[in-house]
Write a protein that binds this ligand. Sequence first.
Ligand code: FAD
Length: 404
Amino acid sequence: MATFARRPERSSYDVIIIGGAIMGSSTAWFLTENKDFDGSVLVIERDPSYASCSTAHTNSCMRQQFSAALNVQISQFAAEFVKDLPERIGDARVPPQTIQNYGYLYLADTDAFAKTLRENQQVQLAQGAETEILSADEIKARYPFYAVDDIVAGSINRKDEGYWDGGTVFDWWRRSARERGVEYVDNEVVALSLNPGGTAVNSVTLASGEVISAGQVVNASGPRAARTARMAGIDVPVEPRKRFTWIFSAAEPLDRELPLTIDPSGVHVRQDGPQTYLAGCPADPDPAVAFDDFAMDHSRWESHVWPIIATRIPQFEAIRVITEWAGHYAYNTFDQNAILGPHTEIENFLFLNGFSGHGLQQSPAMGRGMAEWLTYGEYRALDLSPFNYARIPDNRPMLEKAVI
Ligand SMILES: Cc1cc2nc3c(=O)[nH]c(=O)nc-3n(C[C@H](O)[C@H](O)[C@H](O)COP(=O)(O)OP(=O)(O)OC[C@H]3O[C@@H](n4cnc5c(N)ncnc54)[C@H](O)[C@@H]3O)c2cc1C
């Protein structure tokens, strides 16, 4: 197992990244890829076991079914990157990756939602996705195990949409970044110091007491994003929200692969292993929770999730829970979309936050974009400026209708 130093080797770095999970490591790795960047990079991670971060609790799926074209393009890059992982990392030790393309199946039980699915489909098709709109009968013909009496329509895309192994991609970003000279330390940032005008972060203070100077500072601290931003006197609308996951087996497994089915109730369920399934849902009510609160709400399974999935798929009357967990979304309460790039006044303090339920699949494009910003002060491959922080004080939400 990799060992991590507790103290940085130097007293000053060009880039300091606060948080070393998938977003921090993607950014660090893309910096090492950029031939125009030759600066020093320090990644500071408070928990090198990564046991409680969002990345460790994810359901690890990607989809092209978004309503905003930019979010579709971001997932397209994820698909390209994942399918080409060994070549992208440039290392023969990297195992080849696939995307298990069972697709997401959004089920609509109202005409209004069916209309939204059709509108979203047009956006997705224009970007090259293969989204189909299905009637209830067509859904039943393709997937006879569903009960569809209440369903008006559904949408599914089986191109680059389904499960992928985010853990392997994360491991290789981190490993490769370290081998290429990025320094990771096992420590916690507890304070940020600004210059006298309050226009730049000068240094970060670690729990162990060291003060480290920084050229640019990236906030990649997941559900703790607002806490980190407060250290610079800034507010960012991100809070930890609990999401539950269950893995179960069925007494009588389905005869074909189960798409990631988004029930109109908000519960989702998908194939996991050959004979196992994964279900998930939000907490209800859904307040901000403490950073260390990962308690399961067991009644949620018995009284909510199981009845819903057993109604939708009657074969799931007889199932057995194998394991379960609670994780935290870094929930953007403003518009559930990423918050990316510089603060409006403290321009060397960069947000990489608020990914809510779709950060894993956004990690390749966001890491690449952040590395471009750190190098050039602009985005190059894909214009990610619609995710800028300024939209929050300006009250211009970037609406995404397909949020899970
Ligand atoms: C149940 C669940 C299901 C999900 N399913 C999907 C999915 O199917 N597809 C998808 O795309 N996304 C999904 N997501 C979302 C996705 O997992 C996250 O958006 C993504 O992992 C966010 O990564 P991150 O690096 O920003 O945050 P995190 O993984 O939370 O990492 C932040 C890191 O910062 C560190 N840190 C915080 N503060 C400090 C500090 N002061 N000093 C040092 N270190 C600090 C933390 O220890 C942590 O390791 C899901 C999330 C959950 C919870």
